[in-house]
Design a protein around this ligand. Structure first.
Ligand code: G3H
Ligand code: 13P
Ligand code: ZN
Length: 336
């Protein structure tokens, strides 16, 4: 049952210069597309659940779907992660629900309050064998339940939003977190840049130097492939000027700068939407949901495979399971 925390994955990813894809799940087809891709590519993955997803799908249903993945694919290292949790109550719920990893996102608070929230989460989570991600700095982009800024606002004053390397060290020391989400020029959603799409590599290099050994997390890491935007627009969508993070820059961050977790949601949404729109437009007589949700699930699988190769995590399952067994990582309380 390789349901694990992210710790064994990150230990090997940090040393080996590869990344673990953290994919947002909202329903059965998305989850199946992800896990089928991982199974075919022998890749570990993090299945992450946002507050919005908990609400939309009802966590009882979503959790059972993920449990089914763990049962169906015992050879795949899987972590269940809370994405952008914002309260201690939610942290407690997620730990009680059997997540193996939680994110407490206090990035919109003052530094001291962010430390306080993160430290409290660490105390609760570690006592239950669960690991903690926190965030310092501010991302752009506007999402349903995530605080953000438009691409224009973000680009205008980018320096002040990026993670400060010295603050990162202090934050890590004071909170005791297991991984840190950093602001290095990415944003949530499909409209990340109005100008040149470019990550702040100098910044991430400095963070890596002030925080050696700390696994870094990149949110807002969808690449918004133009061919998917073209498909969406061709079949009646309206997504002008969508722009993501170039895949070679993500691969570089993972290979060189201690980025162990790469969050991807928008590209899954795009894959699903493009396919459903295509079926609707080319087969207007079709009304069986399986005939459009099935192809959408296949498209998610194709997209996730592309990501696993970009992150160089394909083929890493055996290595991670062997290391996990050797480490003897205790299972989170929920699974004992
Ligand atoms: O970073 C946010 C994720 O894309 C989740 O988005 O809150 O709309 O589920 P959501
Ligand atoms: P994208 O919107 O770039 O997919 O980012 C998702 C994310 O960061 C989830 O936490
Ligand atoms: Zn995010």
């Amino acid at each position: 049952m390789p349901l694990m925390t992210t710790r064994p994955m990150f230990d090997l990813a940090y040393e080996g210069g590869f990344g673990i894809g953290a994919f947002n799940v909202n329903n059965m087809e998305i989850t199946q597309g992800i896990i089928e891709a991982c199974a075919e590519e022998n890749s570990p993955c993090i299945l992450q659940i946002s507050k919005g997803a908990r609400k939309y799908a009802n966590i009882r249903f979503l959790k059972k779907i993920i449990d089914a993945c763990v049962e169906e694919y015992p050879q795949i290292p899987i972590a269940i992660h809370c994405d952008h949790g914002d309260t201690i109550e939610l942290m407690k719920d997620c730990i009680a629900d059997g997540y193996t990893s939680v994110m407490i996102d206090g990035s919109h608070h003052e530094f001291d309050e962010n430390v306080r929230l993160s430290k409290e989460t660490v105390e609760l989570a570690h006592a239950a064998g669960v690991v903690v991600e926190a965030e310092l700095g501010q991302l752009g982009g506007i999402e349903e339940d995530v605080v953000g800024l438009s691409a224009e606002e973000y680009e205008k004053s980018i320096e002040k939003f990026l993670t400060d390397p010295d603050h990162a060290k202090e934050f890590w020391q004071q909170s005791g977190i297991d991984s840190l989400a950093v602001a290095i020029g990415t944003s949530h959603g499909a409209y990340k840049f109005t100008k040149e799409a470019k990550l702040a590599f100098d910044r991430i290099e400095r963070i890596m130097k002030t925080c050696p050994g700390l696994p870094l997390v990149m949110h807002g890491s969808s690449s918004v492939p133009q061919e998917y935007i073209d498909l969406v627009n061709k079949y009646g969508g309206n997504m002008p000027n969508a722009k993501g993070v170039p895949e070679d820059q993500i691969a570089n961050a993972v290979r060189t700068y201690g980025v162990c977790k790469v969050n991807i949601d928008t590209d899954l949404r795009l894959a699903m939407t493009a396919k459903i729109r295509e079926v609707y437009a080319t087969k207007p007589e079709e009304f069986d949901p399986r005939k459009y949700l099935g192809p959408a699930r296949d498209e998610i699988k194709t997209m996730v495979k592309r990501k696993l190769h970009m992150l160089n995590s394909a083929g890493k399952t055996d290595e991670i399971i062997a290391y996990w067994k050797k480490q003897g990582e205790p299972l989170p309380t929920f699974y004992k």
